[in-house]
Design a protein around this ligand. Structure first.
Ligand SMILES: N[C@@H](CCC(=O)N[C@@H](CS)C(=O)NCC(=O)O)C(=O)O
Length: 209
């Protein structure tokens, strides 16, 4: 059985969407990062960086496998079930390219914008707004006339990038709404990915009250 230790954030939703796409059994252990549960020793034993998501798969030959970092978890699940990341070829490497771009670029910059948007200091707010806008333009031009980031195929790169792009559209509209309206490739991609039933189930997941 696969156990996800996660919360309802852009990074936390990625493996939920993935497991919904794969239609395999899994359970979720909520880790309330607002209450500091990411610092509990039992969670740190799995995710020493004190961040969600993390995953434990106890159905693996050679003993149970625990992982942290959403990109590693998505890659593992894609390869374990043979879906959403081809084993070789152009689509695989384009998907990995965009996955790393999201993990190293869009996610951290969007996270910083979310943090500084609530503060009084204008300088970091402007800096991270400009950076997120730049990354949105990169995303739009990267899509070009393709339906998905790696080309014709929907992959783990779309899952990873979607949760953060939507978070910006919903929570930082002052920074990105106008831009998205002017970028048909980006706008259509958001709709295309957001219409997938598995994505809708993953986005609707809520921790128990
Ligand atoms: N690069 C990591 C980032 C994970 C991350 O930033 N998680 C945030 C929630 S979205 C978190 O757990 N924050 C709690 C903390 O920093 O204490 C990944 O992709 O998994």
């Amino acid at each position: 059985m696969i156990t996800l230790l996660t919360w309802s954030t852009p990074n936390g939703r990625k493996p939920i969407i993935m497991l919904e796409e794969l239609e395999v059994p899994y359970q979720v252990v909520p880790v309330n990062i607002k209450e500091g549960e990411q610092f509990r020793p039992e969670f740190l034993g799995i995710s020493p960086n004190n961040k969600i998501p993390a995953m434990v798969d106890d159905g693996v030959e050679g003993g149970s496998l625990s992982l942290f970092e959403s990109g590693a978890i998505l890659t593992y699940l894609a390869e374990r079930y043979g879906k959403l990341l081809p084993p070789s070829g152009h689509v695989r490497y384009r998907a990995l390219q965009w996955l790393y771009w999201q993990i190293g670029g869009l996610g951290p910059m969007a996270g910083q914008l979310g943090y500084f948007a609530k503060k009084d200091d204008a300088m970091p707010k402007e800096h991270f707004t400009a950076e997120v806008q730049r990354l949105f333009k990169v995303l739009d031009s990267g899509l070009g006339s393709n339906p998905y980031l790696a080309g014709d195929e929907y992959t783990i790169a779309d899952i990873a990038t979607y949760t953060w792009t939507l978070a910006m559209v919903e929570h930082q509209p002052q920074a990105v709404a106008e831009l998205v309206a002017q970028k048909p490739a980006l706008h259509e991609w958001l709709k295309r990915v957001g219409n997938r039933p598995a994505v809708q189930r993953g986005m609707a997941w809520k921790p128990p009250a």
